[in-house]
Design a protein around this ligand. Structure first.
Ligand code: FES
Length: 168
């Protein structure tokens, strides 16, 4: 088991005990300067960028619903649907050639950066996704945007990972 423990080199961040995360349901952490939402839903854990790719909306306040058989978080600002597991933006489309007309859910591709969640001996860690190439949600992970949030909203709940830092 010891060999599986996240190490300093792996650059992971402690989120909390599984019990605490499950009880909270949603936890916000700032990890290496990035605001991340960790979610527990129906027994599974997910981590994704906190600010919605569309216009920076607060995903920590979004409902979780299924669309086209895929679990999504629904941004409270303009109701964009984002798959929890992949960060794909979903939209509805109708094929005019198929009668009767029936809207189906389609993917715009990955729009929200999702991060890896690991559980080790009852503790939850996240590791930031560092895959190359920009993802639209990157746009809102800046000090400039955070300053706007602080100015515009007193109830922004970004947390700061202090005690749990590993690999800083
Ligand atoms: S900011 Fe999320 S849908 Fe517009």
């Amino acid at each position: 088991d010891l060999l599986l423990l996240p190490s300093r080199d792996q650059g992971v961040c402690f989120v909390g005990t599984r019990e605490a995360v499950v009880q909270a349901g949603r936890v916000v952490r700032r990890v290496h300067g990035r605001d991340v939402l960790v979610l527990h839903h129906q027994g599974a854990l997910y981590a994704l960028d906190l600010h919605c790719y569309h216009s920076g909306g607060p995903l920590q306040e979004g409902d979780i619903e299924e669309f086209g058989g895929r679990l999504c978080i629904v941004c409270p600002w303009h109701k964009y649907k984002i798959t929890l597991a992949e960060g794909e933006g979903l939209y509805q489309a109708v094929n005019p050639l198929v009668k009767p007309l029936r809207p189906v859910w389609c993917s715009k591709g990955v729009k929200q950066r999702v991060h890896q969640v690991t559980e080790v001996n009852g503790d939850i860690f996240i590791r930031l996704d560092d895959s190359a190439g920009a993802v639209e949600s990157d746009h809102y992970q800046t000090e400039e945007y955070r300053a706007k949030l602080v100015q515009g909203s007193s109830d922004h709940q970004a947390g700061v990972c202090v005690d749990g830092w590993v690999g800083v």
